[in-house]
Design a protein around this ligand. Structure first.
Ligand SMILES: [Zn+2]
Ligand SMILES: [Zn+2]
Length: 423
């Protein structure tokens, strides 16, 4: 209405139009601040009473981003303020009254020292977000805690110098770590010397050994052997950034599994591990091995790529995790589920484990996936946003912080109070 009215009055100066628009922005900002305040208060209640766990979300911030359809950063700020809601009563009241913005209180909640609520409540109505950041940086660093140990152990160091011949390493380790290194090197040296002696047993005198014989292994050889062993283990552990290698013994008839030299697995853990593992599996019947598949990769690399292309992230609504994803069999292969695209979905380790423990359900086929929470209610990735049915909060317009030039020379930073003396 007002916009059509102004369009018929071409004589209104742009400056005046802008003033009207700014007036409306101030009005809306006040309402938005008050709404943000109420949102944060609700999140604080959900967090305090641990209600978010049943949603299947990985964290409070993940739940906020999901349910409000906001960015992860915005959700972090909401969560930071929510977690200090009780501790910052004055600052959060200003937010509820619409007088300061969520971002302003967010800076305080994320960084300000304990007990600083009154200090920053005075500053926050006039200071911009950047000025608040500066003010918080001027806080004295937290008092160093009285040292429980009068003589702390020297920190380990590692340095190296290179020249054209090679590299010299200097490593300083505290006694315990040094003992560990010594024992590991010694064990590799013992093994290598034993091998060498076995291979050269016929040569009575090592000093006069024939030219062809390799020299007796040295401590350096043992050290390199140690490095190689560690390196091999690491490469085997993450062949393509996929699952760890699990050695499992599976009784095909009884459908029970145990880890190699380890405990019997619960049904949930067995299915979780065998769902997507690069595993060395020993199939057994009545305790007798009937076959072994070494490094049986259930999901071929090509299938994995197709899966990544289709799903992109964890398929549990509201999650969006993209790292370290597992390929989950919707119908487990133990039950005859096929290892093919229709029966596979990508899930993050957190939700994968949660599913196999019964916290959420995932039913296929993959194109029409249904994910429910523990109560059987279907989860959707949609936010809760809908057109409002209640009037906006009745708060005055918020013109924003005055943002007057800060004279940091005269600013007195927040001084943490010394803790009350022990009784
Ligand atoms: Zn699974
Ligand atoms: Zn997930």
């Amino acid at each position: 209405m007002s916009s059509s009215a102004t369009s018929f009055v071409p004589s209104v100066r742009p400056k005046d139009r802008l003033a009207v628009l700014f007036e409306e922005i101030a009005e809306l900002c006040g309402q938005r601040n008050a709404i943000d305040g109420r949102l944060v208060e609700i999140v604080a209640e959900i967090d305090r009473d641990g209600l978010w766990g049943m949603t299947g979300a990985r964290s409070v911030a993940a739940m906020v981003a999901w349910k409000t359809g906001s960015s992860p950063r915005n959700a972090e700020i909401v969560t930071a303020v929510a977690q200090r809601w009780e501790e910052l009563p004055r600052c959060t009241q200003l937010l509820r009254d619409g007088r300061v913005s969520l971002d302003q209180v967010g800076v305080i909640a994320e960084k300000a020292g304990p007990g600083s609520d009154a200090h920053y409540a005075q500053l926050v109505t006039s200071a911009t977000v950047n000025q608040l950041r500066t003010a918080i940086k001027l806080e004295p660093p937290p008092q160093p805690q009285p040292e429980p140990d009068p003589k702390p152990e020297p920190a380990p160091t590692y340095s190296k110098t290179c020249d054209d011949k090679g590299t010299t390493y200097r490593i300083f380790l505290p006694h315990l770590e040094a003992a560990k290194l010594d024992a590991a090197v010694q064990s590799h040296l013992d093994g290598m010397v034993a091998d060498w002696k076995r291979d050269h047993a016929d040569e009575a005198d090592p000093d006069s050994a024939s030219n062809q014989a390799p020299p007796m292994p040295t401590t350096v050889d043992a050290f390199m052997s140690l490095v190689e062993a560690g390196w091999d283990a690491e490469v085997a552990r993450r062949p393509h950034g996929q699952r760890t290698t699990v050695v499992a013994h599976v009784d095909v008839k009884e459908q029970v599994a145990s880890l190699h030299l380890g405990p019997l697995l619960s049904d949930a853990d067995r299915r979780f591990l065998l769902c997507d593992a690069t595993f060395e599996v020993w199939l057994e019947r009545h305790g007798q091995p009937i076959g072994s598949g070494r490094d049986t990769r259930q999901i071929s690399r090509r299938l994995r790529r197709a899966l990544e292309h289709r799903d992109r992230c964890c398929v549990v609504p509201g999650c969006g995790a993209t790292r370290g994803l597992h390929a989950h069999h919707i119908r487990h292969w133990e039950d005859g589920g096929a290892t093919e695209l229709d029966n596979l979905v990508l899930v993050c380790p957190y939700h994968h484990r949660m599913h196999h423990r019964g916290g959420i359900t995932i039913t296929g086929p993959a194109q029409h996936l249904v994910v429910t929470d523990g109560e059987g209610e279907q989860l959707s990735s949609a936010s809760l946003a809908r057109p409002p049915s209640t009037p906006p909060p009745d708060v005055p317009p918020c013109p924003g912080p005055t943002g007057e030039r800060a004279d940091w020379w005269w600013y007195e930073p927040f001084q943490p109070q010394p803790p009350p003396a022990a009784a």
